[in-house]
Design a protein around this ligand. Structure first.
Ligand code: 26Q
Length: 824
């Protein structure tokens, strides 16, 4: 749809609030259900969800419009959070919480004999992300709205989100997640703000109207980017921010030329090809290099978003960019959108006729980059040849950025050729690559890691050369999670209990959760805390029963590790401990036993063979343990299929023990660790990522620390002999024997060989066996601690009480103070 001039000349007035009493809500709900959707109360429940969402949306629309107008009128500085992933999960429950109309809606639904809670769970998760990085983006959006920060999220509206994981014969099967098949009431299509994105073609030099040479990018294949806006409501503050997701489509729905020439299928194919770009989220959470479609997605997002921002800028400022850098800032979520650095240069120079120097001043003052990984193999690089074909003009610009950048390097370190080779944005060799992280650092005024250790290791290792050149760019912003979704929404019982004691302003002033500390020793309070935990464990046990058909007894210790399956996260170490416990029961070593239910969950990237074997191994071991009458309630193991945001909302409130056991120095931050902590779980963890800050906050007596530290891991690599470790540790010897003799794969010979050899490999990058003894000992301490119920409850309350630092409200305030500098 072409944008036309408005027909209305009237000034903007604030939209009025709609009534939120239960009677009005019931009327609206019934109208949407019967008159709009044409359904009735006894229909397929999804329509009840849809009608209720439309009811609520009316209220959100008011605040949405008023918020946007307020930002526009004030002409405030804005931040744009660019991310290939936004893992939002469900929205309805979250909006109800934020609007503060839960009880009104509950009674409105009761008028139709409907349960609000059941309707809420009809919503499909918006699974537009892989894991930590995508969920972080969603938590950030929530906090910015709650803090009234003018932040717009930019992402891709994938037709298919993260795959659905089904377990068949113990193996992971991936099924497509067509989450948009039914209507999505939480998006508003905005065809009037469509952008054109160019690919391919060639670059030409022309003489422009001022007789100056000017570069044009011609003969391109163009694709349309259509925005869909998703409302992000703040907590009880009348603020609704925007997440703008781009969807790809062909420029002409069908090429008329092809169509008339009779090649209908060619015309359809062009449309299909264009739509591929936003078809599916890449399901790996460590970079998979070289996939052309992924680079197209990245450029599609960067270009559409930047053009959108420039479009809005030009409405008021025309071609005057003198104040652009002081009123706009872009935060790039990892290297995925960092082609934006070159694209902003292109748009300013080619489309808005700025000089290189002016364009560079703007770009390098508005771009900021967050790194989320220390694994060198996860650093994105793209073949130069791919750029040549797909984005020739951007490659030219990258070369120019690199030439100027290397000049700076050589003037600081004259003659240090090796340093130039190391730091070059272009990796030389038979196949040349563009190093996206280096482009991001060169083009940004801020580079941050996501936990203290991670940020420190970046400056000492991966980005050391860059730190030496520009120390002032580097900073840390420890991650967080939003206490609205992860406590108030997912743990209503605990929320009520806490609010009865300390009032309810901890929900948006989360540091106040520390007032709970005074109750850690209070027996009547601890009793209530225990009751809440037990109820939450019941809810989790029901989920496990229905999803895994395994019985979890609420009196047992609930020991949970849910996250993406990765060698560095060491689900294998957890499994070795489970085998060890099984073995102890079998050999009768069960004095003072603590019953345990171990839950593991997470998706493996479809191409990651070893991770998939870990899932199969978990399921095989679970089969043996859960069906052995001698084991009974002493030990249970379950693998929960299709772990995601909505599952976590039930899992984290019901967890006693949170497993954060990555090889030290490898987990950038972790955020699951924070969700568990807030919900009163105690952590068993290595000295890694944000675990360190969690330990700092709760103290040694409320945390089970084990394992090598990051520097010890590096030192140990030179002297790591797994065979010796096994020979010197009887428990480990027995565990490895059970694994290697085929006890868990009697009719499936050899299927775990790859796992076994990874453990036995002296070059195992994750040094799993090096931490075995220390882990087993820490687990034994956990078991003993759990038997002292009062002591455990005290630890649990303390964990929640000390979690104040881990709210994304704090994280966002730090981004704003140090990087964005928006006034709220
Ligand atoms: C890159 C290129 C091509 C295809 C996929 C990717 C890709 C996609 C996702 C690379 C990485 C990711 C995701 C990374 C991630 O989730 N990292 C996690 O970020 C969290 C938030 O900061 C941290 O808490 C975790 O420690 C970190 O592992």
């Amino acid at each position: 749809m072409a944008k036309k001039k408005s027909l209305c000349t009237k000034e903007f007035t604030q939209l009025k609030k709609l009534p939120t009493d239960s009677k009005s809500l019931a009327i609206d709900f019934e109208r949407y259900l019967t008159r709009h959707l044409g359904r009735f109360v006894g229909c397929v429940p999804f329509y009840l969800y849809e009608a209720l969402s439309l009811t609520l949306r009316d209220h959100i629309m008011t605040d949405w419009r008023n918020t946007w107008k307020a930002y526009e009128v004030k002409g405030v500085k804005k931040a744009y959070y660019m991310s290939l992933e936004f893992l939002i999960g469900r929205s309805l429950g979250n909006h109800i919480l934020n609007l503060g109309i839960n009880s009104e809606l509950k009674s409105a639904m009761q008028q139709f004999a409907l349960e609000l809670e059941e309707i809420i769970t009809e919503e499909h998760d918006a699974g537009l992300g892989n894991g930590g990085l995508g969920r972080l983006a969603a938590c950030f959006m929530d906090s910015c709205a709650t803090l009234k920060l003018p932040v717009v999220g930019y992402g891709i509206r994938y037709e298919y989100g993260m795959f659905r994981q089904v377990i068949k014969d113990g193996y992971q099967i991936e099924e497509p997640d067509h989450w948009l098949r039914d209507n999505n009431p939480w998006e508003l299509e905005r065809p009037e703000y469509t952008q054109i994105i160019k690919f391919g073609g060639r670059v030409e030099m022309i003489t422009n109207h001022n007789r100056k040479p000017h570069v044009v990018w011609v003969d391109t294949e163009d694709i349309l980017a259509i925005p869909y806006d998703v409302p992000i409501s703040g907590y009880k503050n009348n603020t609704v921010n925007t997440l703008r997701l781009w969807s790809a489509t062909a420029t002409n729905v069908f090429s008329l030329e092809d169509f008339n020439a009779g090649s209908y299928s060619d015309a359809v194919e062009a449309k299909n090809k264009a739509e591929h770009i936003s078809m599916v989220l890449y399901p790996n959470d460590a970079s998979e290099n070289g996939k052309e479609l992924r680079l197209k997605q990245q450029y599609f997002l960067a270009s559409a978003s930047l053009q959108d921002v420039l479009r809005m800028w030009s409405i008021n400022e025309g071609n005057d960019f003198s104040k652009f850098a002081s009123e706009n800032v872009f935060q790039m979520n990892d290297t995925h959108p960092t082609i934006a650095v070159a694209e902003l240069m292109r748009l300013l120079i080619d489309e808005h006729y700025l000089s290189w120097d002016d364009a560079w001043a703007i770009t390098s003052q508005t771009m900021a980059y967050t790194n989320h990984t220390l694994l060198p193999e996860a650093l994105e690089k793209w073949p130069v040849s791919l750029f040549e074909n797909l984005l020739p003009r951007l490659l030219q610009i990258i070369y120019e950025i690199n030439a100027r950048f290397l000049k700076q390097v050589s003037s600081k370190w004259p003659g240090d050729i090796n340093r130039q080779i190391r730091m070059s944005i272009i990796e030389e060799g038979d196949v040349k690559f563009v190093r996206m992280a280096y482009l991001a650092i060169a083009g940004s005024f801020s580079v941050n890691g996501v936990a203290a250790l991670h940020s420190q290791l970046l400056t000492e290792g991966l980005f050391r050369d860059f730190y030496e050149l520009w120390p002032e760019k580097f900073n840390n912003k420890t991650n967080g999670v939003t206490p609205r979704r992860w406590v108030a929404h997912s743990n209503p019982l605990m929320t009520t209990l806490i609010s009865e004691k300390i009032g309810d302003n901890w929900i948006n002033e989360f540091k106040n959760i520390s007032q709970l500390k005074q109750y850690a020793d209070n027996r009547p309070f601890a009793k209530l805390w225990h009751k809440v935990k037990t109820e939450n464990k019941k809810r989790l046990a029901e989920l496990i029963k229905s999803e895994c058909n395994v019985d979890f007894d609420v009196n047992s210790l609930f020991d949970v590790q849910v996250k993406r399956i990765h060698e560095y996260k060491r689900q294998l170490l957890n499994i070795l401990h489970v085998i060890h416990l099984y073995n102890r029961i079998k050999r009768g070593d069960t004095d003072n036993w603590t019953n345990r239910c171990v839950l593991i969950g997470g998706k493996a990237a479809p191409g990651y063979r070893l991770a998939k074997s870990i899932i199969k191994l978990t399921n095989n071991i679970a089969d043996v343990i859960n069906n052995d009458p001698q084991i009974g309630n002493k030990l249970k193991l379950a693998f929960i299929p299709n772990y995601g945001v909505s599952k976590m909302e039930i899992i984290c409130p019901g967890t006693d023990l949170s497993e954060q056991i990555s090889t030290a120095g490898k987990e950038a931050s972790g955020t699951g660790n924070m969700k568990f902590m807030m919900n009163g779980a105690v952590t068993i963890g290595t000295y890694d990522g944000a675990n360190i800050e969690i330990l700092d906050a709760v103290g040694n007596e409320n945390f089970f620390l084990f394992g090598l530290k990051a520097d010890e891991v590096e030192a140990r690599r030179h002297n790591y002999q797994p065979e010796n470790i096994i020979n010197e540790d009887d428990d480990l010897k027995q565990v490895m024997h059970l694994l290697t003799c085929g006890h868990f794969n009697s009719f499936e010979t050899g299927i775990f060989d790859e796992i076994i050899s990874s453990l036995l490999n002296p070059h195992d990058p994750w040094l799993t066996l090096a931490d075995f003894r220390s882990y087993i000992d820490a687990q034994e301490k956990v078991s003993r601690a759990y038997q002292d119920r009062d002591g455990w409850l005290k630890m649990s309350i303390n964990n929640t009480a000390c979690s104040g630092h881990f709210s994304t409200d704090r994280t966002m305030q730090e981004y704003n103070k140090d990087i964005w500098k928006l006034d709220s």
